[in-house]
Write a protein that binds this ligand. Structure first.
Ligand SMILES: Cc1ncc(COP(=O)(O)O)c(C=O)c1O
Length: 402
C-alpha cells in the first residue's frame, strides 16, 4: 500500500486539508517526515505536546500502564484517574474533577453542569449563556454554538438556544446583557484560536464581579492556556481571577487524548449519578500519561523556563521584524505567542506557515492574520534559535514573493 497525501483524499472525509508532509517520527522539538526531512516543531500539535515528542517520562508512563490495565469504563474507577484528580485538586481552586477525552467534551460537561446547576437552584428561567465573539470551545454542537465563530457553528440546523455573544474585552456589553437569567459566562482567559488576544485585567475582573452579582457561573476554558502554556500552571492563577468551572485538555495529556472539567464541590454536586458520562473519560492509560505530564510540567523549573523561553522567542521574532517589517505586533503570554501580520499581509498569515514548512519549521496560524507559535514548554534554547533562523528564511521568502 502506498501511504501518501493522495491517500488522504481517497479515503478520508474532506473536513481537513493537511500538509503534504507526513511526519513519522518525533523526538523533543524535532520531527522527521517519511522522506527523512527534519523539522523544528513550533506548533506542538496545537498547544498539545507540552513536553515535545516522545518525552521519556510520558513514554515510560505509557509503557508501564500499557502493561498493567488499559481500560475499565466508569463502572469501576482506577488508580491513575484518582491520582491525577487529586493532583489537579491540590494544585488549583477546584475540589472535584470530571474526566473527558477532549477539550470539546470537557466544555460540553461544563456547559451542561452550569445549566443543571442553575435549573436545580433557581429554576428553568436561568438558562442564558454569555460567550464571546471569536471564542473557540470545540466542535460538539453545544460548544460550537457557544464559540463565537459563525463559520464553525452555522449550517447544521437549529442550535442550542439562549446563547449570546459579545466582543471580548467589552465589559460594558457583558454588563448590558447579563441578568439574573444568566446561568454562565464562558470565556478563554486568553483567546487562542480567535487571534491570541489577552484579556484586559479590568475586563476579566469585571466579568468575575458581574457573575458573582448575578449568581452566574464563570467558566474559564483553559483547554489551550492550561498546564503551563502561559507560564503559570493555569492562566487564571496568573490573572488572579478564579472561575467557578475550569476546563483543561490539550497539554494535560501531552499528546494523549484527555480532557478534564474542574469545579467546586457545591457545583459538582449537581451532576448526580447518571446525569452525564463517557465510556472513555478517565481511562487509566490516558490518566497515567497525563499524570506524568502534569508532574513534569508542574515544577518551578518548567514554569519559569516558559517565561524565559517566551522572552527569547519574542526577542528573535522582533529581530526578524526589524529586518522585514511584516508584523504589527507580537503578543500573547508564555509560549502562546501570536505575531500579527501588517496590513500588507492581511489575510496571508498562512503564507508564513507554508514557507516555514519549506524551510523546515512548523508553526500555526490563529485566524487569517496571526502566525501562532505554541512550542514545547521544554524546547531547548538551541532549537528556538535554529527554528527562528529557519523562520527568518521563510519570512524572507514571503517578502520576496510579494
Ligand atoms: C480554547 C479551546 N477550547 C476548546 C478546544 C477544543 O478542544 P478539542 O479539539 O480537544 O475538542 C480548543 C481547541 O483548539 C481550544 O483552543
Amino acid at each position: 500500500m502506498t501511504v501518501n497525501r493522495a491517500l488522504f483524499d481517497d479515503v478520508m472525509v474532506p473536513n481537513y486539508s493537511p500538509s503534504a508532509v507526513i511526519p513519522v517520527k518525533g523526538k523533543g522539538s524535532r520531527v522527521w517526515d517519511q522522506t527523512g526531512r527534519e523539522f523544528i516543531d513550533f506548533a506542538g500539535g496545537i498547544a498539545v505536546n507540552c513536553l515535545g515528542h516522545c518525552h521519556p517520562a510520558l513514554v515510560n508512563a505509557l509503557k508501564e500502564q500499557g502493561e498493567k490495565i488499559w481500560h475499565l469504563s466508569n463502572v469501576m474507577t482506577n488508580e491513575p484517574a484518582l491520582r491525577l484528580a487529586k493532583k489537579l485538586v491540590d494544585s488549583t481552586f477546584a475540589e472535584k474533577v470530571y474526566f473527558a477525552n477532549s477539550g470539546a467534551e470537557a466544555n460540553e460537561a461544563a456547559l451542561k453542569l452550569a445549566r443543571r446547576w442553575a435549573l436545580d437552584k433557581f429554576g428553568a428561567h436561568k438558562n442564558q449563556i454569555i460567550a464571546f465573539n471569536k471564542g473557540f470551545h470545540g466542535r460538539t454542537f453545544f460548544t460550537v454554538t457557544v464559540g463565537g465563530q459563525a463559520a464553525y457553528s452555522d449550517g447544521f440546523g437549529p442550535k442550542p438556544g439562549e446563547v449570546y455573544h459579545v466582543d471580548y474585552n467589552d465589559l460594558a456589553a457583558v454588563e448590558k446583557l447579563i441578568s439574573d437569567n444568566t446561568c454562565a459566562v464562558m470565556m478563554e482567559p486568553l483567546q487562542g484560536e480567535g487571534g491570541i488576544v489577552s484579556p484586559e485585567l479590568t475586563f476579566a475582573q469585571g466579568v468575575r464581579d458581574l457573575c458573582t452579582k448575578h449568581n452566574a457561573l464563570l467558566i474559564f476554558d483553559e483547554v489551550q492556556t492550561g498546564v503551563g502554556r502561559t507560564g503559570d500552571l493555569y492562566a487564571y492563577q496568573g490573572l488572579g481571577i478564579t472561575p467557578d468551572i475550569l476546563t483543561s485538555a490539550k497539554a494535560l495529556g501531552g499528546g494523549f487524548p484527555i480532557g478534564a472539567m474542574l469545579t467546586t464541590a457545591e457545583i459538582a454536586a449537581h451532576l448526580k449519578v447518571g446525569t452525564h458520562g463517557s465510556t472513555y473519560g478517565g481511562n487509566p492509560l490516558a490518566c497515567a500519561v497525563a499524570e506524568a505530564a502534569f508532574d513534569t510540567v508542574n515544577t518551578p523549573e518548567v514554569l519559569n523556563g516558559v517565561k524565559e523561553k517566551s522572552a527569547l522567542f519574542r526577542e528573535l521574532l522582533n529581530d526578524i521584524n526589524t529586518k522585514y517589517h511584516v508584523f504589527s505586533e507580537v503578543r500573547g503570554k508564555g509560549l502562546l505567542i501570536g505575531a500579527v501580520v501588517t496590513d500588507k499581509y492581511k489575510g496571508k498569515a498562512k503564507e508564513f506557515l507554508t514557507a516555514g514548512i519549506e524551510e523546515g519549521v512548523m508553526s500555526l496560524v490563529a485566524g487569517a492574520d496571526v502566525v501562532r507559535f505554541t512550542p514545547s514548554l521544554v524546547i531547548p534554547e538551541s532549537d528556538i534559535r535554529e527554528g527562528m533562523a529557519r523562520f527568518e528564511k521563510a519570512v524572507a521568502k514571503v517578502v520576496a514573493a510579494q
